[in-house]
Design a binder for this molecule. Structure first.
Ligand SMILES: *Cc1c(COP(=O)(O)O)cnc(C)c1O
Length: 380
């Protein structure tokens, strides 16, 4: 009786797939910024956030902008990528990675991923390089880095740029080095569900002085230096505002605490769900330190229910989940523009069987228990 009463009480609580934690520091910086009268990108806050972010990642330059997608676009634009060029993109990623390539007029070439970590398969990347390839866009999916040394070796051998989409990987590491400091340029997102958020926003990181200067110019309409209203090339209005930067600075000061929460979440899910044979839990390669942006599981064939069944069973108990990304090569957007693409079977399999569990920074131990109990109840 007691058990069913408490189960009922717990089932009444809605568990969102991602609820943010907003720090007192963020509120304080927002108030300071408002009190000082700064709204646009002018004023000290944007620069302060950029300096703090560069320091957190361990790079010379951080260039803020208004979204992760804008950051990706600025990176490719600064590298001079355009019509006639090809950029290698993982088939399994958020569509923004592909859209950024399309914005430049270049062609995304979708390459399949490795099933266990959902990131670019270097063997297939090698096979996809053509004389038109200009860059590899490596995505660190769900907080787990791509195999960057293997990709860097290919980029070096073929004279390609290596760009990181680190939108989901704030604080993640590859062989001890920070994601965001591994390629020529990296793009971060600060969308509401990302580990560091400004609501909407993005950041570019690089050690290259001239690329940083180019990205700063392009994000703000490419004004000619010293002649403000003269423009030699096509720029963009992609600036970050001071209030967003104030939130970002306050949140960034708590990055270690956020990462500790993610590790606790992943360890607890692993401990509670590890015994369910057929539920495939995320793995970490020996060289990776994942930040578990989302706790992403797959429903294997040994389980008696499908991914869609599991999603519905959890939803019935008030637990929100999200399906995995869909294959980019199969998106109507892509096939309408570029025609039929080679299939990426691993990515399609991930799309059909994966979902991610509640993973937000505000997830409580009680909510996590509720999720695990609901999964155990669904799979019996
Ligand atoms: C969130 C995300 C983006 C886009 O970031 P926005 O800030 O939403 O534009 C790009 N790539 C990946 C992998 C993402 O998860």
């Amino acid at each position: 009786m007691l058990a069913s009463t408490s189960a009922f009480a717990m089932a009444a609580e809605f568990v969102p797939v991602n609820a943010p934690r907003i720090t007192a520091a963020a509120r304080e910086y927002v108030n300071q910024t408002l009190d000082a009268g700064w709204l646009s990108s002018a004023g000290p806050m944007v620069e302060r956030f950029e300096r703090a972010f560069a320091q957190a990642i361990g790079v010379r330059h951080a260039v803020s902008c208004n979204s992760g997608t804008s950051a990706l676009h600025l990176a490719l634009a600064a590298l001079g990528i355009g019509p006639g060029d090809e950029v290698i993109v993982p088939d399994f990623t958020m569509i923004a990675s592909a859209c950024a390539v399309l914005y430049t007029g270049a062609t995304p070439v979708f390459v399949d991923v490795e099933a266990d970590i959902c990131t670019l398969d270097p063997v297939l990347v090698a096979a996809a390089i053509t004389p038109r390839t200009r860059a590899i866009l490596a995505v660190h999916i769900y907080g787990h880095s791509a195999d960057m040394d293997a990709l860097a070796a290919l980029a070096d051998a073929h004279g390609l740029w290596l760009v990181e989409d680190a939108a989901e990987a704030h604080g993640a590491r590859y062989r001890g080095r920070a994601c965001g400091a591994l390629g020529d340029i990296a793009a971060f997102s600060f969308y509401g569900n990302k580990i560091i958020s400004t609501g909407e926003g993005g950041m570019l990181t690089t050690d290259d002085d001239s690329l940083a200067a180019r990205m700063r110019s392009l994000r703000d309409m490419a004004h000619r230096p010293g002649q403000r209203f003269t423009h030699d090339e096509l720029g963009y209005s992609y600036r970050m505002g001071s209030l967003a930067a104030a939130v970002g600075l306050g949140q960034l000061q708590h990055l270690d605490e956020f990462l500790a929460h993610k590790h606790w979440m992943a360890a607890t899910y692993r401990e509670r769900l590890g015994a369910i044979s057929g539920l495939i839990l995320p793995v970490e390669r020996a060289w990776a330190q994942s930040v578990h942006w989302m706790y992403a599981v797959r429903v294997g064939p040994e389980l008696s229910l499908t991914r869609d069944d599991l999603r519905a069973a959890l939803a019935a108990r008030g637990i929100e989940t999200r399906d995995f990304f869909q294959s980019c090569a199969r998106q109507p957007l892509i096939t309408h523009r570029l025609g039929a693409q080679a299939a990426c079977p691993v990515s399609e399999q991930l799309a059909a069987t994966g979902l991610y569990l509640p993973s937000g920074l505000a997830l409580t131990a009680t909510q996590l228990d509720q999720v695990c109990e609901a999964i155990h109840a669904a799979v019996v």
